[in-house]
Ligand binder design. Sequence first.
Ligand code: F6P
Length: 486
Amino acid sequence: MAPTSTICDVRNRKDSDSDEDELKYLSIPTKPVTKRRFGPLVVIFVGLPGRGKTVLAHKLERYLTWTNKVAKVFSVSSYRRKHIESYDSHNLFRIDNLEAVEIRQLSIHEAQEDATKWLNSNGEIAIIDGPHTTQAIRQNAYDHFCKESGFQVLFVECICDDEELLENNEKEMLQFSQDYCQMSAEKASIDFHYKIEHYKEQYESMDAKIESDFSFIKVFNGGQNMLVHHLSGPLSREVLHFISCFKPTQKTYYFSRHGESEFNTLGKIGGDTNLSARGRLYAAALARYFNETNIDGLHVWTSEKKRTKQTAQDINAAKEHISALNELDAGVCEELSYEEMQEQYPQEFAWRDQDKLRYRYPWGESYIDIMNRLKPVLTELECENNLLVISHQAVLRCILGYFLNKRLDELPYINVPLHTIIKLTTYGYKYKMEVIKLNVDCVDTYRKQPQNCSVTRMAEDALKTVPAHFDNMNPWIRSGHLIQQH
Ligand code: F6P
């Protein structure tokens, strides 16, 4: 085993050691290069074009950001585009095109420099999206990030020979890559195949014998199989976890809050009440929508609360009830209206308005807490398609914030109205959102952040943005009064 310090080794040496041995001892470095397990991580993508690297890189960035890490993608081709404004043809990728080789090397170098600066300021995980197809390029990257800067490095190689996946990847590439936006589809496809051939000429897949010191993950056919080599450290394990769950297929998700509940009509939060009469109408309309649309393999996840189960009950699909989808636990404020909260806990109410994301109800939860319990749900969502999630206002804000790449502080104010389906469909590494309003009346439960969030504010200021609600349940039957703040 390599000694770790000069003092220790000199002390431990035997009297019979020769001068030559002494010299050997003294030349032992006092500061051995140890691999860091904590601290900044650089994830370096490897693989031929059209292997799904870019989609995975961006989804990884989104997931890590959502888990409150500071992550950023550095795309080598964006640096290349700064030097070569308009893409002409695959000739740019020939190995004998020395001028272009130089530009591509420069682009890698610039991406590495920027990533290093960013990690040295406040970054935690830099994701370098590029082909890194040769051992020499990877060794250089490793030396740059690990040996010179002391960052952890994890290579992720995407390998794919599944025809269907390759076809899908090519379609996405041609649709979304800036290189091809000015070319006809036919010309672009031919050009893309030539480009792959040029890369194949130089491609060396990662080799555990030659690159034995490197940490790497090989992802075969979009995660069907994986090989993990020398992985260490919590950030690398988090990356592995996400990659092992992610499936790069076209996906459609549907999200809905439960139908209006009895508590919603009264403006009360939390609890476990039944649907109101209007909520039951929404449940029927929702079931009609999904039963008539006949979505292939549709299944439904709900929370464990009565109001989400009742909302799902008439939909013809397999259902699962998941406690992680339960609404924010408001602790001592459960079953109170915002007005009652202001009356009984004015300071808590103000603190929540000051930082709704981080504020934790006494004996209850914060948005950050919900996000933590939602992590396994999200990674499972990444493997699903044609799934309807029926949950609650705060929980759906967190899930939608993830898919729509919202800043964390924006999450608690995303508007997710009752009686509305939100449909998300993959679009490259992003999602297209459609809002489908089913025509059933309901109260509004959206409370904007008030202007005055001070603990010394007047009740009137605290309640200014409280949405209207009724003073008794099923008001349209028993003619309840609408309570409106001014
Ligand atoms: O009002 C409905 C509700 O789902 C409550 O049960 C929950 O406490 C609240 O929304 C969460 O919304 P906000 O964070 O805006 O108070």
